[in-house]
Design a protein around this ligand. Structure first.
Ligand code: SF4
Length: 431
């Protein structure tokens, strides 16, 4: 039996683009994990459509497709083409789990939530000719002894960050606009530290990225993990919450174990916004001090900001840029508030009748798809382009990057990679 797993490309937005050298960014672990969960009597192929076209002349017994909300139109297009050729298609992932009935108009079966506990059953049902429409695990799976993603099925040359892994799942927080808790549930799960260390040793590489949503979500676990990473002499990055600045030992171990950078969701400088999105534990007042502490520990920060929240008006872009320059934030990611299906934000904006565009292709957090409160949709879109361009002007890059010699290479690489995206955006006169 042949299984073809496909990750679609997205032809809109700034994040999923392949680089000029034709490489995709980070290896996403979903399909390599599904491959690892597939019994040995199946022949498995993974096709990352970001870097390779789909060959519809092949004859797999099953096609499995996943994708973020912004990729889902292309996922559906691929699914439709396979079904036109008589091939069964199963879909899963964050978007499909939130919108299973929509997905079922394009495929034969959906996996709702994590696939670990239901995937083998789906394959058995297919073989026996009794494929059901919906497969939903009744509980979250444990992380002990979890399947190691089949990286051997990927072409290493096609990715700029090949070694990615997961030590934890979920996040102890529950921010309204975030799909993490909606998908992974409220439980923050951790993998045995020794399992993580073994997987890293198997990389035979000195640099990797934790795909975790919050690597410091449980401080005690993070400290144990970081302590065991120290002898490996590796370099790594992850997403983390700014709460780590409150724990000196955690910060020290993060840096000492090779943690060179952290993606941190600052989201908004307005405490009112943070409170409203249930991110009140992120204290806007304490941001400057926390950033300074993380910098002093030797860790670069890529801060993430969301615009279009209810307390934002057109001044938010200039205020945020001033903050980035004053704190010498190493890099910043900007997002327009996007009501991803399955999130609290989606439910609220839907009830308030403020969702103005349901073209999922635009749900890549760089286009306005809802009616903001404190400014027009046009002002929000223009402000997003403006702050991106200002932050990644040469003057800004140099001023922030040269704050210290330590970690300079990482800072410059990150800034020039974001600058490429900024240069693709339209100029905004008058801002
Ligand atoms: S802290 Fe980050 S990952 Fe956790 S729920 Fe909030 S936005 Fe999502």
């Amino acid at each position: 039996m042949k299984l073809l797993l496909i990750l679609p490309k997205s032809e809109r937005g700034w994040w999923g683009k392949v680089s000029r050298s034709g490489k995709a960014g980070f290896v996403r672990l979903n399909l390599p994990t599904i491959a690892a969960l597939t019994p040995e009597d199946w022949e498995v192929e993974i096709l990352d459509n970001r870097v390779k076209p789909v060959d519809y002349s092949a004859r797999p017994d099953l096609v499995g497709i996943t994708g973020f909300t912004s990729e889902i139109p292309w996922a559906y297009e691929i699914a439709d083409k396979w079904r036109d050729r008589g091939v069964k298609v199963a879909m899963g992932g964050v978007h499909v789990s939130a919108m299973p009935d929509e997905a079922l108009t394009h495929c034969d079966a959906v996996v709702i939530g994590e696939a670990e506990l239901v995937w083998a059953g789906l394959l058995d049902d297919l073989k026996a000719g009794r494929l059901k429409k919906k497969y939903k695990a009744e509980r979250l799976c444990g992380m002990k002894g979890m399947a190691i993603p089949r990286r051997d099925l990927l072409d290493r040359k096609m990715f700029s960050s090949f070694y990615t892994l997961q030590a934890t799942r979920g996040c102890p927080f529950n921010c309204d606009y975030c799909a993490v808790t909606a998908f992974f549930g409220n439980e923050f799960r951790v993998r045995p530290v020794d399992d993580v260390i073994e997987e890293i040793k198997g990389f035979n590489a000195k640099e990797f990225f934790f795909m975790d949503d919050n690597i410091v979500g449980r401080a005690k676990y993070a400290k144990e993990l970081f302590t065991k990473l120290i002898p490996l002499g590796v370099r790594w990055g992850s997403q983390a919450s700014i709460t780590m600045a409150k724990d000196d030992e955690l910060l020290r171990l993060y840096a000492k174990s090779g943690g060179k950078y952290a993606f941190i969701g600052l989201e908004s400088l307005s405490q009112k916004n943070l409170d409203k999105m249930h991110k009140g534990w992120n204290s806007a007042k304490g941001f400057k001090e926390s950033i300074a502490k993380i910098h002093d520990a030797g860790i670069n920060i890529v801060g993430s900001f969301v615009f279009g929240l209810d307390d934002d008006d057109p001044t938010v872009f200039k205020t945020t840029l001033d903050f980035i320059m004053e704190t010498k934030l190493d890099a910043a990611q900007f997002h327009i508030l996007t009501p991803l299906p399955g999130t609290v934000t989606y439910g609220v904006l839907e009830r308030e009748g403020r969702i103005i565009d349901r073209d999922w292709a635009k749900y890549h957090t760089g286009e306005v798809v809802f009616r903001p409160k404190g400014m027009t949709a046009e002002e929000l879109q223009a402000g997003y382009y403006w702050i991106f361009k200002q932050t990644y002007s040469m003057k800004s890059i140099l001023k922030r990057s040269l704050r210290s010699r330590a970690g300079l290479v990482y800072r410059l690489a990150a800034n020039f990679s974001y600058r490429k995206k900024a240069l693709l955006m339209p100029d905004v006169p008058g801002l």
